[in-house]
Design a protein around this ligand. Sequence first.
Ligand code: PHE
Length: 454
Amino acid sequence: MENRSQFGTRAGFIMAAVGSAIGLGNIWRFPAVAYENGGGAFFIPYLFALLTAGIPLLILEFTIGHKYRGSAPLSYFRLNRKLEWLGWWQVAIAFVISTYYSVIIAWAMSYSVFSFNLGWGDDTEGFLFGEYLKLDVSAGQTGSIVPGVFIPLVIVWVVALGILFRGVKKGIEVANKIFIPALVILFLIIVIRAVTLPGAVEGLNAFFKPDFTKIADPSVWVAAYGQIFFSLSIAFAIMITYSSYLPKKSDITNNAFITGFGNSSFELLAGIGVFAALGFMAQSQGVTVQEVVSGGVGLAFVVFPQIINSFPALNGLFGFLFFASLVLAGLTSLISITETYVAAVSEKFGLSRKKAVLFGGGLSALVSILFATQGGLLFLDVADYFINQFGVAFVGLIEVIAVVWFLRKLNPLQAHANEISDIRLGAWWKVCLGIITPVVLGVMMFGLFKVNLL
Ligand code: PHE
């Protein structure tokens, strides 16, 4: 344990944590969720969720990883041996997500190439669901691998596993230090271009116009907490794993604040870019913004190609920038999620990192091929159902209740964090974790909330 891998610099750790947090969820989930839940008014519950659950839980996970210095199952085991299974449960969820997350990155990669000749044609919906995916889900068909996805999928896995192969400092840290600044630059170019398009103002008005009546609606609050949990990659064992690679002297509380605010800033930026572009599209089609809003796969792979089609100039370049951003945002999340089970497997079975990457990552890569077949969306539904039923709300609730109430570990963890951090944790942290977070997660579990990514 003494020679456990470590991040070389604080910035390296923060880039990696932010890299995990910033993902497809920021780009296509947040704008749609905010729009549907009160627009500008959504920022109130959203900020509240960030401060009362997102950052407190992030601090908790950073502290657990840092104090017990192990992958999630090992850290939980050291916290209390009865909790090891919780780590494995989170690892299993991470594994499932990685199998389909990788396929979506592969789509984005092939769309970044299509961008140059607008290869999706005029009927972008028909292209995705008819031509490209060739699905006959209702007939239960799985069919063969969709052409055009397989090669990008191989590239995605080779890049992700290649980076993990090189270890924490030379692989994860170096990659994130390059990918995250690159992503921010690409995305800034997109946003600047998007807000200067005709119609952009209409889009931004639609996005920011506050509907304060929504604040009284509990489901809006649940949506805000849900977005925060998913977007910050908490309760997926990821942040425990990453923080276990921090040097002994690390200001973990401060790191959690930077990660939380960094992720939310990017989310806001994405909302502005996406809605400015939607405003442009609405204007060019002579419809209202409301009629063109969507989120998830449809936004990225149906609506955006249409926007790119009707672009005034340099549409290929704009398309490329957009899909390349999706690839970068997705890859850094995929790397974090794969590291979670690579670390767990390697520690449990005493395997070298390289072997664990090969077996763990390799298995995930093989399973991911299922989602690249013509029945891919059917499998996605199954995976999505699994994540919804047993995912973040369920494990997150067990995590906080076990740590705070059953094992009463909050005091020692607080002392650990305070010893090495500038910001001191006090009553705020305990109330958030002991009361607010479990109540919200409990409500989510009873069905008000879904973590569906797609
Ligand atoms: N935080 C990532 C996003 O916003 C999603 C994610 C969740 C990635 C869990 C990995 C694990 O897209």
